[in-house]
Design a protein around this ligand. Structure first.
Ligand code: C2O
Ligand code: CU
Length: 462
């Protein structure tokens, strides 16, 4: 069995001996989410504490866990030096609670508060994150897991919520790089970190036993990093994507690719023997590293369970492609792109001019972002299909608020429900959904630097 090293912090100085990480979510038992500054031991020994922003003082913030169909109430208290708001990513939510500063609410000023109160209709793995100046606020640590439980417990021994992130840290100071609007990140692949964590630690180590069955809820909270993952000593099935159950669990035989904001639920059986270590392995460009280690203890069961059942489906209206209204979303711009000009503030401007305004990308030739005209206005219940064309040199993770869509495959078949779809460079993909949730919904790239630099539009359902 191969063994994997922990990823070393790039350009690190001094000794890096770190104890196996015991991850902790911030304070769980509270109906308040306090956005605040915090200092945490993010980096290994030899470094001091790193100053972050976190909900209730931690990153990830508290795990919110509730039953399907129940009511989520949280008061956001803003103790930051900057206005903020909370978006509940992937929840089919009432529009006024969607948490988009400047669209569904005003940003909550420093020292003020806002009460979120909504129902969670779907079971699954979701997350919440700041949605004002997200490029900065999510990178600083303002996010946490949101778990909606199915009515009946699964036949598993345990579940682990695994929040993946990468941090861009200055190796000299151990503090976050504070150039959140760096033109290179805005115009290239986004803000890619140099220190990777799971649940806020770089060496998350969990204990397990042979033949245990675990549910792993993977959440990619990073600004821009795509995580390709493999299983080692674990035999697994994908059972849900972006919270939504697959009709048939899919055996994991190839790398699991998780783009920013996406979630993957796995059921895994521990097949490594006692005394060995199983891993979720990240296959990075510089090699393979252990993302999460599972030390296998003595005393496991003699035999494995049979293959898992599908999770109970969340209700959804089937989309009818034949009657769907079609829209096109042309994504252009960025470094090595062919965009020469785009419309900004009502005037056609050259690439240099829009770059001076911090914009590097355009949707259908428009770089206005949230302030621009919507991509589409549709009626409540209208069936919609959007052909997204990635005419850029970078991958993009396109996220629709408020509703899940299905990817349409080459042969016209509908894929599973998702809220974020990854388009690799040069890839075109059509998605379809029933616009059954009234309101103004963002459609944007979840590479957050891209969203800030022009890759944002909205769909109005009225
Ligand atoms: Cu996860 Cu517009 O966000
Ligand atoms: Cu993008």
């Amino acid at each position: 069995m191969r063994s994997y090293n922990r990823r070393q912090f790039i350009a690190a100085t001094g000794a890096l001996a770190a104890l196996p990480g015991a991850a902790a979510f911030a304070n769980q038992n509270s109906d308040v989410l306090s956005a605040q500054e915090a200092a945490v031991q993010l980096l290994p020994g030899g470094y001091g504490q790193t100053r972050l922003w976190g909900f209730n003082g931690g990153a990830p913030g508290p795990e919110i866990r509730l039953a399907q169909g129940s009511r989520l109430q949280r008061r956001l208290e803003n103790q930051l030096p900057q206005p903020t708001s909370i978006h509940w990513h992937g929840i089919r939510i009432a529009n006024a609670m969607d948490g988009v500063s400047g669209l569904t609410q005003s940003a909550v000023e420093a020292g003020s508060s806002f009460d979120y109160d909504f129902l969670v209709p779907d079971a699954g793995t979701y997350w919440y994150h700041a949605h004002n100046r997200s490029t900065e606020q999510v990178a600083r640590g303002l996010y946490g897991p949101l778990i909606v439980e199915e009515p009946d417990p699964l036949d598993i021994d345990r579940e682990d919520v695994l929040v993946l992130d990468d941090w861009l840290v200055d190796p000299e100071t151990g503090q976050l790089n504070s150039d959140f609007e760096a033109p290179h990140a805005l115009s290239h692949a986004g803000r890619i970190g140099n220190f990777i964590t799971t649940n806020g630690v770089s060496d998350l180590t969990l204990e397990t036993r042979k033949n245990e069955r675990l549910r792993l809820r993977l959440i990619n909270a990073s600004n821009a990093r795509i995580f390709p993952l493999q299983l080692q000593g674990l035999d697994g099935w994908t059972v849900a994507l972006d919270g939504m159950p697959l009709a048939i669990p899919q055996k994991v035989t190839e790398p699991i690719v998780i783009a920013p904001a996406q979630r993957v639920d796995l059921i895994v059986d521990v097949v490594a023997d006692a005394g060995q270590t199983a891993h979720v392995v990240q296959i990075g460009q510089q090699g393979a590293f252990s993302q999460v280690a599972f030390e296998v203890r003595e005393g496991g069961a003699i035999s494995r369970r049979s293959a898992p059942d599908a999770l109970p489906p969340n209700t959804s209206v089937p989309v009818n492609l034949a009657s769907a209204t079609a829209f096109t979303l042309q994504m252009e711009g960025g470094a090595m792109g062919s965009l020469r000009s785009a419309s900004l503030d009502g005037a056609e401007q050259t690439m240099n001019e829009i770059a001076d305004a911090g914009r590097f990308w355009a949707f259908n030739g428009v770089a206005d972002g949230i302030d621009g005209a919507p991509l589409a206005r549709v009626g409540v219940g209208e069936h919609v299909r959007i052909a997204i064309r990635n005419d850029t040199a970078f991958p993009h993770a396109m996220h629709l608020h408020g509703m899940h869509f299905r990817e349409i495959s080459q042969n016209g078949e509908l894929g599973p429900l998702r809220d974020t779809t990854l388009l690799e460079r040069g890839v075109n993909r059509e998605v379809a959904f029933v616009a059954d949730n009234p309101g103004e919904w963002l459609l944007h790239c979840h590479m957050l630097s891209h969203a800030a630099a022009g890759m944002t539009t909205r769909i109005v359902v009225a």
